[in-house]
Design a binder for this molecule. Structure first.
Ligand code: ACO
Length: 334
């Protein structure tokens, strides 16, 4: 067994409630046409009671463990990438541990915004280098609907809720994490932030689009300079992909599928264009789920896996970008 992380099971959970662009037109001054053209998003999932971040993470985890054929007692470690845990303390990971009964695992969250899942995966890979027998649950889970300002059309149309999970262990073959590179640039934090502003009443509750438990939204919620985020996301994700491939001596022709953080369809198209990757090799779920931050990549990975899009031996790229700024890229053999 090598110390390279390999995925032995994937899972995901998306909330039941589907909030369409048409419904959003009744909440803020926007249109289906504007949202679709600028972002590619047609609908997003919104968490309701019983679908808190840790609950969705738990469901995704159970599904991943079922696929891996392991029980919770076999887990050694649980890492959750999230910026929207129900509480600051305990961590979402500890709540998942309790829910699934992973009594012998240790658990913690990683705060790296939309890059959270890939940061967590990288940590898992480093642990496996020393202890390849470990079984590690890596999760991305978010309830962004509880934090967006539903009166701010600049941001509320973009986000959705959900969770995705993987069980990883040391690889017995040449499959798994081949290479990765993480980055951060805190100097640019003002371009995308989520503060802990006083909570205020959320009018979308009256409309029925937002669950009652989210009736107090964080007033100033997301602060985003959309155009600059766009520019940096495309440039940095593009550079990261190109640098990693060059370092590893691999060309994009060798890559079967890019599974990116689902930020915005135009960001993903610009990224594909920039690195010269045919867009049919980019896996997208943004149209139906919106941007669910750290949850978007693992949920997309699970969907691609269950659809049979991933064949043994395929070379995959995972590419992420988020607040901080944080970003990163992973080269993975399926
Ligand atoms: N409906 C209708 N009009 C809107 C909406 C909306 N939902 N939101 C903004 N507008 C208006 C603006 O007020 C502005 O009007 P004005 O010209 O009268 O002032 C106009 O549309 C154009 O606004 P811009 O900000 O110039 O629009 P832009 O083309 O830049 O698109 C967008 C905005 C979609 C946010 C784009 O900048 C973007 O995709 N940025 C990336 C942001 C992102 O993905 N954030 C997610 C978090 S980070 C991550 O996951 C990587």
């Amino acid at each position: 067994m090598t110390g390279r992380a390999t995925i032995i099971g994937t899972g995901s959970y998306l909330p039941k409630y589907i909030l369409t662009n048409k419904e959003l037109e009744k909440i803020v001054r926007t249109s289906d046409e504007w949202i679709t053209t600028r972002t590619g998003i047609r609908s997003r999932r919104i968490a309701g009671p019983g679908e808190e971040t840790s609950k969705m993470a738990t469901r995704a985890a159970i599904s991943a463990m079922e696929m891996a054929g392991i029980t919770a007692l076999e887990l050694d470690m649980i890492i959750v990438g999230t910026i929207t845990a129900e509480m600051v303390m305990p961590s979402c990971a500890c709540l998942v541990q309790k829910e699934i009964g992973a009594e012998t695992a240790f658990a913690f969250d990683v705060s790296a915004a939309c890059s959270g899942f890939v940061y967590a995966l990288e940590i898992a890979d480093r642990y496996l280098k020393n202890a390849p027998d470990m079984k590690i649950l890596v999760i991305g889970a978010e309830t962004l609907s509880s934090r967006v300002d539903w009166q701010d059309r600049n941001t509320c149309v973009l986000f959705g809720d959900g969770a995705g999970a993987c069980v990883v262990s040391g690889s017995k073959s040449d499959a798994g994490m081949l290479a990765s590179q993480l980055y951060s640039d805190g100097r640019l934090w003002q371009l995308l932030s989520l503060d802990a502003a006083p909570r205020r009443y959320c009018p979308a509750v009256d409309y029925g689009a937002v669950p009652e438990r989210n009736k107090f939204c964080d007033g100033s919620a997301f602060n985003m300079v959309g155009k600059d985020v766009f520019k940096h996301a495309v440039r940095e994700m593009g550079n990261a992909v190109e640098n990693l491939l060059e370092r590893e001596g691999i060309t994009l022709d060798d890559v079967s599928l890019l599974i990116p953080h689902q930020a915005n369809i135009r960001i993903l198209k610009s990224l594909a264009e920039r690195v010269n990757l045919p867009f049919k090799k980019v896996y997208t779920t943004i149209q139906k789920y919106g941007n669910s931050s750290a949850a978007s990549l693992p949920a997309a990975l699970d969907e691609a896996n269950r659809e049979g899009r991933l064949q043994k031996g395929d070379l995959l790229l995972f590419s992420v970008f988020g607040g901080g700024f944080t970003w990163g890229v992973v080269l993975w053999r399926w």
